[in-house]
Design a protein. Structure first.
Length: 477
């Protein structure tokens, strides 16, 4: 997926052997220092003479982020957390922190500290008591800015969430089951902590079962935490089951009360009834996951799975076999659909159908496979004469991409009379002195974001009478 940021309409030229004059904003002569191809990869493709001329002209390097905060950070109030930002540039950049609205971030005694400014900086959120919680500190969005005389770059935003630790209890409710059919037990976790709590095991009359992608005899703890009892018998009414959980920020196990199955012994003709359903599943690429399909009814229903592909239509996934669902692998294990090493091609709707002589029940689940975002801007460094145009191209990989925003020196580029936009392309008729600096594109979705930067240096003023032309499409030529 490619996005363009266009300033002007024709190719730029890089003058050689020209010293930056006093009228070039934010620039001054300095001692000639030969840059390395590793820090300035675009120079590795230049001719030796061109490289030497550029380095001795005193072109300074704008900030490039070496380390930036993650898109999301969740931490317990008992531990605190730290965000680190590091950047390289010539001269050394100054690093500051801002909130989502651009407000400067300062230290707050006992709660928040900002240390370091030259080249690297750390924002620390200290451990705090529940009564010290502050929404503007502990449920905030932060960014770091790296600035030198060339310009400013911004990190991707990091959404910070502090979890105030609290006691919680889990429970198991009695569940119904018919002789010969399945029963499903669910570990009841308070909604206030459910996001951070994972079921680690189930105990059935002293025997422990852990989450797995395959059943262990009659018992199966699904990766999502439910306990499935297959082939219920009358004696299961006297069996006691309990679950154990663990909090992401507190490894101490929490065990539930004991639940039991309420068994009905009389079997009569009944249509299938699905005991577990999913509406939306969002795995990351290369992950494995399981989609449940547990149904009771008499006669015992048969389970079928289908992948609804926009190109091929509804594709059956064979029972007991394996086949490619997109570019991943799909297996039906005891009625449950198990997909391994998924890719974005495995996205789509999956349909579970339970059928017997009395009728049918089904459910459809939307699978959205996500891929980590990454971006680059080409060219990463260029010099443009005043009055001429240039173009920056943002290349984004990963999915989904909900927005792409362009920044100039750490601020979103606003709409201006001389700027036109089309197909995520910005067009400025002529470069002015205000257009030099650092440009970035920021691509994001609800859970991930990425940024990439490019440096635009200003060249010479066009002579009077020089004609600047562009192609019919407004693209550089």
């Amino acid at each position: 997926m490619t996005y363009h940021f266009l300033i002007g309409g024709s190719n730029w030229s890089r003058p050689r052997g020209r010293h930056l004059g006093p009228r070039d904003p934010g620039r001054r002569r300095r001692v000639c220092r030969q840059p390395s191809p590793r820090t300035r990869p675009e120079l590795s493709k230049a001719t030796p003479q061109h490289t030497q001329d550029e380095s001795c002209e005193g072109i300074r390097e704008g900030p490039r982020l070496l380390q930036e905060p993650p898109p999301l950070l969740t931490f317990p109030n008992t531990r605190g957390a730290a965000l680190t930002c590091a950047a390289s540039a010539t001269p050394t950049p100054t690093i500051t922190w801002v909130t989502a609205d651009g407000a400067h971030v300062d230290s707050v005694a006992g709660l928040r500290a900002v240390r370091g400014a030259h080249g690297n900086s750390t924002l620390t959120l200290h451990p705090f008591r529940p009564d010290q919680y502050r929404h503007d500190l502990h449920a905030a969005t932060y960014r770091c800015l790296a600035t030198n005389s060339v310009g400013t770059v911004t990190s991707r935003p990091v959404s910070v969430t502090a979890v105030v630790m609290q006691r919680y209890e889990v429970g198991v409710s009695d569940t119904a089951g018919e002789v010969g059919g399945p029963a499903v037990f669910t570990c009841d976790v308070p909604p206030t902590v459910s996001r951070h709590v994972t079921v680690t095991s189930w105990t059935v009359d002293g025997r422990t079962f852990r989450p797995s992608t395959r059943p262990d005899g009659r018992y199966w703890v699904l990766p999502s935490g439910e306990l499935v009892v297959r082939g219920v018998t009358a004696t299961d009414a006297y069996t006691h089951v309990s679950c154990t959980t663990s909090h992401a920020f507190d490894p101490a196990p929490h065990s539930s009360n004991a639940g039991r199955a309420i068994v009905t012994g009389d079997t009569m003709l009944s249509r299938p009834h699905l005991l577990l359903r999913r509406d939306l599943v969002r795995p990351w690429t290369r992950e494995d996951f399981l989609l449940p399909c547990v149904a009771r009814g008499y006669p015992p229903p048969t389970i079928s799975w289908y992948h609804e592909d926009g190109t091929r239509g509804r594709v059956a996934l064979g029972v007991g076999g394996s086949l490619a669902a997109g570019s991943g692998r799909a297996r039906v294990v005891e009625g449950q659909l198990y997909l391994t090493g998924v890719t974005t091609e495995d996205s789509g709707h999956y349909l579970c159908v339970a059928n017997n002589s009395a009728g049918t029940d089904s459910y459809r689940v939307n699978v959205q496979v996500r891929d980590r975002l990454s971006a680059s801007v080409e060219p990463s460094l260029q010099r443009v004469d005043l009055g001429r145009p240039t173009r920056l191209t943002c290349r984004v990989s990963g999915t989904p991409v909900t927005s792409v925003t362009w920044y100039k020196d750490g601020r979103p580029i606003p709409p201006l009379p001389r700027i036109t936009t089309y197909d995520r392309t910005l067009h400025i008729g002529q470069i002015t002195r205000e257009d030099g600096g650092m440009y970035q594109c920021l691509a994001k979705n609800d859970e991930d974001s990425t940024q990439a930067a490019a440096q635009v240096d200003l060249g010479e003023q066009l002579r009077a009478g020089t004609q600047v032309t562009g192609s019919a499409k407004g693209q550089p030529r």
